[in-house]
Design a protein around this ligand. Structure first.
Ligand SMILES: Cc1cc2nc3c(=O)[nH]c(=O)nc-3n(C[C@H](O)[C@H](O)[C@H](O)COP(=O)(O)O)c2cc1C
Length: 197
């Protein structure tokens, strides 16, 4: 088995002219430099994610949950991941509806896996979005990582696809170290015992 953890970096915003891919690309560079992960950038804009859900719950339906065919690549990307980094902006003091829809269409894909956050936005740097995500992902039995990165006022603090703060790569390394630790611990646990969800 590969020593590297399979990391899905999720681009949470899908709007026209979004900044999300710039942040996700920098995060992917940091993860490549860290060398503990095989990286898959999961852009929600590439997927069909309807707002209308099936009658059954994904928790009860498990693998037979009736997802649209066009969602299959997203579902398999989430299924294959050992760890996630969610890159999210802040929309009206929360995270985008695209991200909520992608989360709600899945269940077991999040269970007993670690999730870290990189956020950006206005003065609060997306912290309201992250607080809401932590709450929601706990309901799905995911494990959220303490150390995240938040980029307030990103229009003034990013240039040429990277943050101007020279400390940012160091913060990213701390996040990635914690994520790698949890990814390894939870993968071993999942492989040795069924999670009691
Ligand atoms: C609908 C909407 C609501 C927003 N609400 C907030 C907010 O509550 N707090 C904040 O800091 N920025 C807010 N913003 C600014 C976004 O953080 C900023 O536009 C950011 O670029 C959005 O990410 P994106 O470009 O990847 O879509 C909002 C933007 C939009 C489009």
């Amino acid at each position: 088995m590969s020593e590297k953890h399979k990391l899905a970096i999720i681009v949470g915003s899908v709007r026209e002219g979004r900044f999300g891919p710039v942040v996700a690309s920098w995060v992917a560079d940091q993860a490549r430099e860290h060398d503990g992960f095989d990286i898959d950038v999961v852009d929600l804009a590439d997927s069909e994610i309807p707002l209308s859900l099936p009658a059954v719950s994904p928790k009860l339906a498990g693998d037979s949950y009736p997802r649209p065919d066009a969602m299959a690549p997203l579902t398999s990307q989430l299924t294959n991941a050992d760890a996630f980094i969610i890159v999210t902006p802040e929309y009206n003091h929360s995270y985008p509806a695209s991200l909520k829809a992608a989360i709600d269409w899945h269940y077991t894909q999040w269970t007993a896996k670690p999730v870290a956050f990189v956020s950006y936005g206005g003065a609060a740097g997306g912290r309201h979005a992250v607080l809401h995500l932590e709450n929601v992902l706990t309901e799905l039995h995911a494990v959220t990582i303490r150390d995240g990165l938040a980029f307030p006022l990103y229009r003034a603090t990013w240039e040429d696809g990277r943050p101007l703060d020279p400390a940012a790569p160091g913060y990213a390394k701390t996040l990635l170290d914690q994520l790698a630790w949890w990814a390894g611990a939870l993968r071993s646990a999942r492989n040795s015992l069924p999670y009691p969800a």
